[in-house]
Write a new protein. Structure first.
Length: 288
């Protein structure tokens, strides 16, 4: 991973032992964008390129700017603080950001029709946003990471939340968090996220019995209806794009001991709380 010596970003990625980072500078990337063609993930640190890497490479942006930003920008917030996060989003799993300082941040204007969503708010201003774009996922932070020569930054890299955010992000990019719902209690309803599926209206449940009952999908999630029989089942969205999930019911007795963990998986939004790898990572940063 080539950057302008952003040791905070480089150091945080060391928590992943199964990635192969490649460092390039903005100048190198601008001269040869195809350098990222073989990457699974590309990190743009305080640099927004004119040409994005091709899909299916997932993208992580810190402080994207200008007309080429992957998300529309509606303004700038001074000294924002995170007041609300989407705890149901995989990136925010086990993360607390309520006391994170930043001196300024871009404010995004996510478009729900494009599958864009807000991951973190400063009051009503979206400052962390995400979306699924075809075969890839994109996440953007509106603020800069600290580095030499930058006139704004945040203390996020000095907090334990930062490496956890990167781990969660890379797991989300790789699809490691939503492909398998290991167990759910028989006779109970379970809400299952349809990771990356935008605009799906229906999901099909397949089990050992004949027939494939369908359930309504809302807000990129669906609900599995109660089942009295323990068996493996799979879930598939029927429109507009296919997304498969698997689930294994467990007995009520075993379910009681897992009730707390099960409830923590349900999508919810609350006051703020703050990688298995995708392979190679390309990171670029604005020169000092």
């Amino acid at each position: 991973m080539v950057t302008t010596d952003n040791l905070f970003l480089e150091g945080a990625l060391l928590v992943y032992d199964n990635i192969d980072p490649l460092k390039v500078s903005p100048t190198e990337y601008a001269a040869k964008p195809s350098i990222a063609d073989a990457m699974d993930v590309v990190i743009f640190d305080d640099y927004t390129p004119d040409v994005l890497p091709p899909s299916p490479a997932s993208l992580l942006f810190f402080h994207p700017t200008g007309e080429h930003s992957p998300f529309a920008i509606r303004g700038m917030a001074q000294t924002p603080h995170i007041t609300e996060v989407d705890e149901g989003h995989p990136v925010m799993r086990w993360v607390t950001m309520s006391d994170v300082y930043m001196d300024k941040s871009e404010v995004f204007a996510p478009d729900s029709k494009k599958g864009e969503s807000t991951v973190a708010f400063s009051v009503t201003d979206p400052i962390i946003v995400a979306k699924r774009e075809g075969r890839r996922k994109i996440l953007a932070f509106g603020f800069s990471l600290p580095a030499n020569g930058r006139d704004s930054a945040t203390d996020l890299p000095m907090r334990v939340a930062f490496p956890m955010l990167l781990v969660n992000t890379l797991d989300w990019f790789a699809g490691d968090q939503a492909d398998l719902l290991t167990t759910y209690a028989t006779g109970s309803r379970e809400r299952v996220p349809l990771d990356g599926v935008v605009g799906a209206t229906e999901a099909e449940v397949k089990g050992p019995a004949s027939g494939s009952p369908r359930s309504t999908a809302r807000r990129s999630a669906t609900t599995i209806s109660p089942r009295r029989r323990t068996a493996r089942r799979s879930l598939r969205s029927t429109s507009p794009r296919t997304s498969r999930r698997r689930a294994n019911p467990i007995s009520h007795r075993r379910a009681r001991s897992r009730s707390a963990a099960r409830s923590s998986r349900r999508p919810r939004r609350s006051r703020s709380r703050t990688a298995r790898s995708c392979g190679s990572i390309c990171s670029s940063s604005r020169p000092a």
